[in-house]
Design a protein around this ligand. Structure first.
Ligand code: NAD
Length: 435
């Protein structure tokens, strides 16, 4: 039975193949990606129109008593982009540059990502405009707890399940879980993923995004016929995603020749000692002062000689300003939205093969899904099981996207969008429109 949906309501879509792009606005970038794919695959106009809007946007003010006694009010957001395929899912970011348009874009990419890897989730994201590097642990805890209370009207294990993102971690997730549970009067581990193991977290979650990045790169190497162990790799960002990706690449005998974080970059053409640098980072603020490698400038880091580049920091790292100078043949997007549309065109023209964020970094949400399933069943799996199931899902999704890109002669971002949009389109059509 087909649901009748009102005829075309979308705004006129301009020719998008090379449409002008506002590189610094992630929502604009995300909508350009969506429009290009929708146009290519002739997506139903009502589906496109719905995906161009977030389902629910909550802005909250978060008053926090700072250590010196004065009260500071932070602005926070929780956005649910789409819930047609299940509860909303997505991380929470603490950063001075968080904005409404950034959180909207990140929530949209979560909708796409969950559809590409076929998890029964919609997309969400949250964030607070703050600089946690300049706050004490107590201030971060009080901010997290008040933010949780403010967004508790829309989150929940059946509604919307947060997770870590930039500058949030297991401890922040534990505070969210505890605060939410206090309002209920019983423990509710399923309200959040990326928690410590002791309170319902999953084995393998911390490394999951980096592990997924490794799986897609290994699959790409097999398809393109190059030896991953001989391909010099550089990684921008040495947080959860970047450092775990570096560790897993190194464990598989690959040569990570460059890494960077916000403080600086390191380079060694013979390969860096990742375990040693992780140890250094854990005892220092940044990798910047590490003594056993050449120091390189953060701004030109992405232009270092390499075969594989993994941006794993923030959006908009690769723009029209530097795309032409990038030497990598393969780009694996560990971060969300690291490549602007303008840069995408330049890279495609140069013959660079790019595995897009909504596929490349989906390992994190996949193991978050496993964590949520384990919490709901109160039955926990071994790390071996988790990694095997993660590999199945990521390799399956990679294969599907790669085959669409070959068949349709399109880049992998477009192919991933087509795979995800087909699923989202079917869900929207089958459910129909309320009322
Ligand atoms: P994180 O806070 O753990 O680490 C971020 C890292 O990026 C830090 O090392 C920081 O110093 C570095 N950084 C920031 N600006 C930089 C710059 N200009 N140059 C070089 N390094 C810079 O965050 P994370 O969780 O690793 O997230 C990184 C990216 O991956 C984000 O785009 C996030 O949305 C995405 N992501 C994260 C997960 C996850 O499971 N944590 C899952 C999927 C995608």
């Amino acid at each position: 039975m087909e649901t009748k949906i009102p005829a075309k309501t979308s705004p006129v879509v301009k020719p998008l193949e090379r449409a002008e792009s506002h590189e610094s606005n992630p929502w604009h970038q995300a909508m350009l990606q969506l429009d290009r794919a929708a146009q290519k695959m002739k997506l139903e106009p009502f589906v496109l129109e719905r995906l161009r809007h977030c389902k629910r946007i909550l802005t909250v003010s978060v008053p926090v008593k700072m250590d010196d006694g004065h009260v500071r009010v932070f602005e926070g957001y929780r956005i649910q982009h789409n819930m047609d395929r299940g509860p909303a899912k997505g991380g929470i970011r603490y950063h001075p540059q968080v904005s409404l348009d950034e959180v909207k874009a990140l929530s949209f990419w979560m909708t796409m990502k969950c559809a590409v890897v076929n998890l029964p989730y919609g997309g969400a994201k949250g964030g607070i405009i703050c600089d946690p590097k300049k706050m004490s642990k107590g201030e971060i805890e009080r901010m997290t707890r008040r933010y949780t209370a403010e967004i508790s009207i829309i989150i929940g294990p059946d509604k919307d399940i947060p997770a870590p993102d930039v500058n949030t971690n297991e401890q922040v997730m534990a505070w969210i879980m505890d605060t939410y549970s206090m309002t209920l009067g019983y423990s509710c581990p399923g309200v959040v993923t990326g928690k410590p193991i002791e309170i319902g977290g999953s084995l393998g979650r911390k490394e999951a995004t980096g592990r997924g990045v490794f799986y897609v790169t290994r699959e790409l190497a097999a398809r393109r016929g190059f030896d991953l162990r001989k391909a010099p790799t550089i990684i921008q960002g040495f947080g959860n995603v970047g450092s775990n990706a570096a560790k897993i690449f190194a464990e598989h005998g690959c040569k990570v020749v460059g890494i960077s974080d916000v403080g600086g970059g390191l380079y060694d053409p013979k390969g860096l000692d990742i375990a040693d640098i992780m140890h250094y980072r854990d005892n220092n603020e940044s990798i910047a002062g590490y003594p056993k490698a050449e120091h390189v400038d953060v701004d030109s880091f992405l232009e270092l000689p390499c075969d594989i580049l993994i941006p794993a920091a923030m959006e908009n790292a690769i723009t029209k300003a530097n795309a032409d100078k990038i030497k990598a043949k393969y780009i694996i997007e560990g971060a969300n939205g690291p490549t602007s549309n303008d840069a995408d065109h330049i890279l495609t023209d140069k013959g660079v093969v790019l595995v897009p964020d909504i596929l490349a970094n989906a390992g994190g949400v996949t193991v978050s899904y496993f964590e949520w399933v384990q919490d709901m069943q109160a039955y926990f799996w071994s790390e071996k099981d988790i990694n095997a199931r993660l590999q199945d899902i990521i390799v399956g999704a990679f294969t599907e996207v790669y085959e669409v890109s070959v068949k349709e002669k399109i880049d992998m971002r477009m192919a991933a969008f087509m795979v995800g949009l087909r699923r989202l389109g079917k869900a929207a059509t089958i459910r129909g429109m309320y009322p």
